[in-house]
Design a protein around this ligand. Sequence first.
Ligand code: NAP
Length: 302
Amino acid sequence: MDVIRFEKLEGWRPVRPTYGVVGWPVAHTLSPPMHAAAMSALGIDADYLAFEVRPEDLRGALDILQKAGVLGLNLTVPHKALAVGLVDELSDEARQVGVANTLVFGEGGRRTGHNTDARGFGRAIREDFRIPLSELKVLILGAGGAGRAIALQAARDRAERIVIANRTEARAEALARDIAPIFLGDKLEGQAARLRAVRLDTDVLAREVDGVDLVVNATSVGMRPGDPSPLAPHLIRPHHLVYDTIYSPPRTPLLEAATEMGARGVNGLSMLLHQGALSLELWLGRSAPVEVMRRALRRAAG
Ligand code: NAP
């Protein structure tokens, strides 16, 4: 996959209508083949490119890309939170999550930030486990950008229970406070057990695991070789549905542990697919060819 670096952007001009993804690093992303397949299936003559941009250059890169006529962008690590401060307008979801993974460049240079990770996650769970979030008690490991999107979706879909566990407990607590009005409404009293924020710690989680059905890894633990499972394997129950937002590697230590303990596990490729389909729909205003995108992703993931 060709990657265009920030240093090469000055004077760069797209040859066709162009969309893309901005990250640092960006070479690992599977979005370009997925979106290229979608554009081609829709008969749209457009490019989807990968732009490698350091965080300190993000503002400049967005200005250059927008001025050059790029129509929309995805943002990946580490730009999703930064981008919130670089737009004219935020969708409700992006505002609530505090993170934008999709930018739409509209008429008159207006720049809008959206978050499609939240709904993408909801669709992934319904599809992979054939059960909606509204019927699940959810344990979310992580309270960064992905954890926030997932917690918001679980709250919006009225999950039966939400437990947020994070290494930095204060971030889990802040997230629980943010979603409480959506999840619990005005009647906070007597509802505390439905929404908990705890430290990501084996002893603490030992008290929580029997009371949840869906375990979601939204930490980055599992991406690097040698990483442990973010949840101690002996805490995984056979009735757990285990979703790891990580898709590279495809079999993470958490998913290995799930298999070992007799639980069902799925990786984050389906979330990537659905957040991408939702981004495409924002840019094009028409339905995304989800099956074409799924096949392209599977091919690219190997
Ligand atoms: P982020 O905002 O940087 O958050 C990272 C999270 O991981 C935080 O909760 C952090 O805890 C935790 N963490 C990092 N190192 C840890 C460690 N050694 N032990 C325990 N916790 C640790 O990143 P993000 O954007 O949320 O991404 C998180 C993961 O989600 C990544 O693996 C990413 O690939 C995945 N993701 C997947 C999709 C998809 O479409 N499948 C979409 C978005 C993200 P602290 O708060 O304590 O630092």
